[in-house]
Design a protein around this ligand. Structure first.
Ligand SMILES: [Zn+2]
Length: 373
């Protein structure tokens, strides 16, 4: 198959007019003019790498922890419809038995998805701090437990695990888990020094920076300040303009630079549906005007998706190149799948998101070279 006559983001994320040859699900050539069979003319369109959401719990009423493998597959379909070509379903703070079931369901769908494909799990909880639990259930929080992590990793690959670095046993956990997957600071009260120590031990990711952690203060920089100071740390950002204000997003994108901002949805079941009452990890969530909250007003996940967030970023003045990288190569690098996907390069999966020139609307999505829908 040949994708022809479009402008594409090349390996350095510059927009250029090139054709793309796809064979066996992979990108096999990128040149000024490729001719042959099965030409798809995308004149007037832009080709981006497919978006990668490393942190989504649920969408369209389906939750990865709801006990059904079909739900994980439905998530993959919703995501593909919205330009996401691969993802990490995110678990919640739940008992190990329920996590095991969710991991089994994810493993059963992995490789057989009808939409976006699964890299592995983002294990958010239960190794977090009760003081910053957000919408996670306090009763199931436990100290970082590498044996439990290993048992679950044997059920389904974990790509990212969250830990509050101030909790009992966190140091040992980080040292052991970093050999298996990326380790992320999350739902934490940690101060700057504690966060810096966690990074020095091998953590290299922060879960939804700014949310579920102390704020950046003049004499208490906290996890946010530590992340700003650590050039090898990836930072997730929920860009629905509800979790973080546009001014703070602009500042964060400037400070972090274009290589470590990672847009995530952190979406819950209401994503893709309307306002109403939903559940998230067993807790009741109320959605009004797209804003999801627990009964006590705590913000509880989002109802957004990466394509909508990408539009938000452009609308608030984030540079195009950084916005694209933050939805593609940066998330890929953060979970170490960038040799497989995340950019339009020879040898990578043909995961492509094609939009009109103004990025307003999705024209086509290709996942491993197959057109979706
Ligand atoms: Zn989350």
């Amino acid at each position: 198959m040949i994708i022809k006559n479009a402008r594409i983001f090349d390996s350095s994320f510059e927009l250029v007019k090139k054709d793309i040859l796809i064979e066996g699900g992979k990108i096999t050539d990128i040149s000024d003019c490729i001719d042959g069979d099965d030409i798809r003319d995308f004149s007037g369109c832009v080709v981006m790498p497919g978006f990668i959401d490393v942190h989504t719990h649920a969408c369209r009423g389906f939750d990865m922890t709801d006990g059904s493998a079909a739900s994980v597959n439905e998530m993959s379909v919703y995501l593909a419809e919205n330009g996401v070509t691969s993802f990490c379903p995110a678990s919640m703070t739940l008992p190990e038995s329920q996590l095991k079931k969710a991991f089994e369901n994810t493993a059963a769908v992995k490789g057989n998805e009808n939409g976006a494909y699964i890299h592995g799990i983002n294990m958010e909880g239960p190794f977090i701090s009760a003081a910053r639990k957000g919408a996670q259930s306090e009763e199931y929080i436990v100290s970082p437990d590498f044996d439990m992590f290993s048992r679950l990793n044997a059920v389904c690959d974990i790509k990212l695990v969250a830990v509050a670095p101030e909790t009992q046993g966190a140091d040992e956990f980080i040292k052991a888990a970093k050999e298996i997957c990326a380790v992320s600071l999350a739902h934490t009260q940690a101060d700057y020094d504690t966060a810096m120590r966690a990074f020095s031990l091998g953590a290299n990711h922060v879960t939804h920076l700014f949310n579920a952690m102390p704020p950046l203060l003049s004499r208490a920089p906290g996890v946010v300040g530590a992340a700003f100071d650590s050039e090898n740390v990836y930072c997730e950002l929920i860009c629905d303009l509800i979790h973080i204000s546009p001014a703070v997003l602009r500042a964060a994108f400037k400070v972090l630079g274009e290589d470590r901002t990672v847009v995530i949805s952190d979406s819950m079941a209401a994503a893709g549906l309307g306002d109403g009452e939903y559940s998230l990890g067993g807790q009741k969530v109320f959605v009004k005007g797209g804003r999801a909250t627990l009964a006590d007003g705590t913000v509880a996940g989002s109802t957004t998706n990466l394509f909508s967030e990408f539009g938000n970023l452009l609308s608030i003045g984030i540079p195009l190149k950084q916005a694209v990288k933050s939805c593609t190569i940066n998330p890929a690098k953060s979970i170490n799948v960038h040799n497989e996907t995340g950019s339009i390069e020879k040898g990578k999966n043909a995961d492509l998101l094609i939009t009109y020139e103004d990025f307003s609307e999705i024209k086509a999505v290709f996942i491993k070279g197959k057109k979706f829908n």
